[in-house]
Design a protein around this ligand. Structure first.
Ligand SMILES: [Zn+2]
Length: 333
């Protein structure tokens, strides 16, 4: 199964750029910015990176964020992610970038966009195509929504979608509707997080108020049969991130994850990593963990890879190419 999963061309649809920073990348950033206080020794950094609890995860996340000053740092981050995807045979990813956090940290918007552009070009040379999702950090409210939309409306190359993340509790989705309307009007796809830490009502709101075309996580949808039916009927895919859900204690274990119920309900399930090195996750690892936890056949695993291709915002010609490759790998089993 491991080599089969490696051979499948995999598409990653839910990974946060800052959260994708692996040890090599952070080591490079830490040595460039020693004043940040992030360990510059590999062994020490590896210890700092071990997941302890959610608060420690946030500490690591913000430590990485604090080292991002200009285009060179963004470039380093993007290329680090691309290398990891290339090593896992993942030729395409839609990567979530949170412009508001970089801007409030003092990075000029042109620096951010320049780093994304040069990083994306180097990723392409490594055989990995990257697209961007610009997302609103919901807890920072309408000012963040306005700024995120303004940067998105500059329509940088590779930008395909508009998102919403951050804590869900107490952060109503409805208030962001006008910003999603404007983003959709401008041709961007709507991909908010919902139902990760709150109930199915947040997923309903994402679908109805934010015109969600895909749902980030959506874990709690299984608690509402009417919602399951709606998501299945409309073919609205879920970006499921099993290890992340275990690490943040939304589910007790991969075995207890509702992914089987989602599949049995006819949902378009895709597997993703969220913040991979922080959670000790890899894209291949997610496939392997789910395959063994819910006992999937090779054909079912291939179906998950197909779902990710179909749920992506790639042009149809490229989708067909990847689907053919997946069929070829399955036929060779
Ligand atoms: Zn996420």
């Amino acid at each position: 199964m491991r080599s089969f999963i490696h051979a499948l061309p995999k598409v990653e649809l839910h990974v946060h750029l800052v959260g994708s920073a692996g040890i090599d990348t952070v080591l490079e950033l830490a040595r460039r910015h020693p004043e940040a206080g992030v360990p510059t020794d590999r062994a020490e950094l590896e210890r700092f990176y071990i997941f302890r609890d959610f608060d420690h995860f946030l500490k690591v996340y913000w430590a990485v964020q604090s080292m991002l000053e200009d285009r060179r740092d963004i470039h380093t981050l993007v290329v680090g992610l691309a290398r990891s995807l290339a090593a896992q045979n993942a030729p395409y990813a839609e990567v979530t970038v949170t412009p508001y956090n970089h801007l409030t940290d003092g990075m000029p918007v042109d620096e951010l966009l320049a780093g994304l552009a040069t990083g994306r070009a180097e990723a392409a040379a490594l055989g990995v195509e990257l697209a961007w999702c610009f997302d609103i950090p919901g807890e920072k409210g309408l000012v963040a929504a306005r700024e995120t939309l303004a940067v998105a409306l500059q329509r940088p190359d590779g930008l395909v979608s508009f998102g919403l993340a951050g804590p869900e509790e107490g952060v109503g989705r409805t208030q962001f509707a006008p910003f999603f309307d404007a983003a959709v009007e401008a041709g961007l796809h709507s991909v908010p997080h919902a139902g990760e830490t709150t109930g199915p009502e947040t997923v309903w709101s994402a679908v109805k108020d934010l015109k969600a075309e895909r749902i980030g996580h959506g874990t709690s949808c299984v608690r509402d049969p009417a919602l399951l039916e709606h998501l299945a009927l409309k073919g609205i895919p879920l970006e499921v991130c099993p290890t992340s859900n275990v690490r943040t204690r939304q589910v007790a274990s991969i075995e207890a994850h509702p992914v089987r119920q989602m599949l049995d309900s006819g949902l378009v399930v895709t597997l993703n990593t969220d913040d991979p090195p922080f959670f000790g996750a890899t894209l291949e690892g997610e496939y392997l963990a789910v395959a063994s936890a819910v006992d999937l056949t090779h054909a079912e695993v291939a179906r998950l890879a197909e779902n990710a291709v179909l749920a992506s915002f790639l042009p149809n010609s490229r989708k067909t190419q990847l689907l053919d490759e997946i069929a070829g790998v399955l036929a060779a089993v």
